[in-house]
Design a protein around this ligand. Structure first.
Ligand code: PLP
Length: 446
């Protein structure tokens, strides 16, 4: 413990002197120091043990310090720590084999990247070269990454200061709780959102559209599960107009929703699947583009104009092989499905009934959102769109002081634990969340 406290002090002081953080006004932040972790728990720089209900940034799907993943990284580091991308390497090959085995039959090849944003960049580049078209459709209320094209694809306000003319067209998503189409049922939402999308495509010229990218279940933007029929309808529109359908599974993939990939819930098959995060639980940076044979064949004879020094880095690939193996052996995907159905869903439904500040609860598997409002009738969000509110920070601070770390975005708390969290731990975490909601209740119409 003394070592942890010392590491915490040094880490914090040097961070403030030398580290530049993502998405932040540098002098306005006080980052939490993390010095150790195990399973579903982390230790902060002050010596507190905290339950990680955010799986960091929704990536430690197998939990922290999984012994099989650590052993695989150590073994790989001793054997062959790094290799250039042009060589064949057994760790990379096996990772690609395992990933494509989990995907539809006609998806047989993977281009590995360093993370999710560059996976989306390359997916769009491939779709443009494959179709000979330029425009890309993506949804408002989405997140696709922080690099230039990926942040342009993104449909949350972080896009706005970065916007350039990347030939990206945004459309309104199907979002039943805050319907843009005055829908009162899931069916109406699905039908009207598809009519809107079809109109947008026709107005933009569908023969100009290379790709449509969608998170199978949007994550950071609110874990709003598409209504019945929506994803099938999007698939049909893409087929009708010859558009490449890219499923962004960076956050929702690798068991998070209780299936290996979230698109499986909707009975569709994308043309390209992008992934990162849960593929190796984030132990070593890794992302990728898994493409179907049609896209692959475009680059069978002519070169693909793109590459990365660390494409398929052996440490990251070995971590992916061990992660997928451990998820299978320990039935983590099945566990996530049961966790959602049996423990998280009923408990969040009860919070919706008990707390006037809870407007909506939704999710699948180990992937849930609690949307906070000032009034359940008007649905006025507790923090305005694109902003936060001091109460949100109070909620998180109070949860942390009781030993629980949720994920927070705008007016939402997200519950995204490791897929192998124990019943006892998730129950403890949900008890604390239930307790802190009394703080937001004070700002809501009873
Ligand atoms: N796509 C989705 C759906 C994500 O949630 C994220 C990250 O949160 C990204 C893409 C970007 O991934 P990365 O931060 O690894 O570049």
């Amino acid at each position: 413990p003394e070592e942890r406290l010392a590491a915490g002090r040094t880490g914090y002081a040097l961070d403030r002197q030398h580290v530049f953080h993502s998405w932040s006004a540098q002098k306005a932040i006080e980052p939490m120091t993390v010095v150790d972790a195990a399973g579903s728990w982390i230790w902060d720089g002050e010596g507190n043990r905290i339950l990680d209900l955010a799986s960091q940034l929704v990536f430690t799907n197998a939990g922290h310090k999984h012994p099989k993943i650590i052993a695989a990284i150590q073994e790989q580091a001793q054997r062959l720590c790094t290799v250039a991308p042009q060589h064949a390497n057994d760790a990379r090959s096996e990772a690609a084999r395992l990933i494509t085995e989990l995907l539809p039959d006609d998806i047989n090849h993977v281009f590995f990247t360093n993370g999710g944003a560059d996976a989306n960049e390359h997916a769009v580049r491939m779709a443009r070269l494959h179709t000979g078209r330029r425009k890309v459709f993506s949804a408002y209320r989405s997140y696709h990454g922080g690099t230039q094209l990926a942040v342009n694809l993104t449909g949350d306000p972080r896009r706005i200061p970065n916007d350039d003319d990347a030939a990206v067209v945004h459309f309104l998503p199907a979002y039943p709780y805050r319907s843009y189409f005055s829908a009162e049922t899931q069916e109406q939402e699905s039908e009207r959102a598809l009519t809107h999308l079809r109109s947008m495509l026709l107005l933009e010229g569908p023969d100009q559209v290379a790709a449509l990218i969608l998170e199978s279940v949007p994550g950071t933007a609110g874990i709003y599960v598409p209504p019945v029929g929506y994803m099938q309808g999007v698939r049909e529109l893409c087929d009708e107009f010859g558009i490449v359908f890219i499923a962004d599974e960076v956050m929702a993939g690798f068991g998070r929703t209780g299936k290996w990939f979230a698109f499986e819930h909707f009975g569709i098959e994308p043309d390209i699947v992008t992934f990162a995060k849960g593929v190796n639980s984030g132990y070593v940076p890794l992302g990728g583009v898994a493409m179907d044979d049609a896209v692959y064949n475009t680059f069978a004879e002519k070169p693909y104009p793109g590459g990365l020094t660390y494409s398929g880095h052996p440490l990251a690939a070995a971590a992916a092989v061990a992660n997928i193996g451990a998820m299978r052996e320990e039935q983590m995907v099945e566990n996530a499905a049961a966790l959602g159905q049996e423990l998280i869903a009923p408990r969040l439904q009860q919070m919706l009934a008990d707390h006037p500040s809870v407007g909506d609860v939704r999710g699948l598997g180990a992937f849930w959102a609690i949307e906070l409002v000032r009034d359940q009738q008007t649905k006025e969000p507790l923090a305005p769109y694109g902003q936060t509110h001091p109460v949100m920070n109070q909620l998180v601070a109070s949860a942390k002081s009781q030993g629980v770390l949720p994920f927070m975005n705008m007016n939402r708390l997200h519950i995204c634990p490791p897929l192998n969290i124990t019943t006892q731990d998730i129950t403890f975490g949900l008890n604390v969340i239930d307790d802190v909601l009394s703080i937001s209740d004070q700002h809501a119409t009873p």
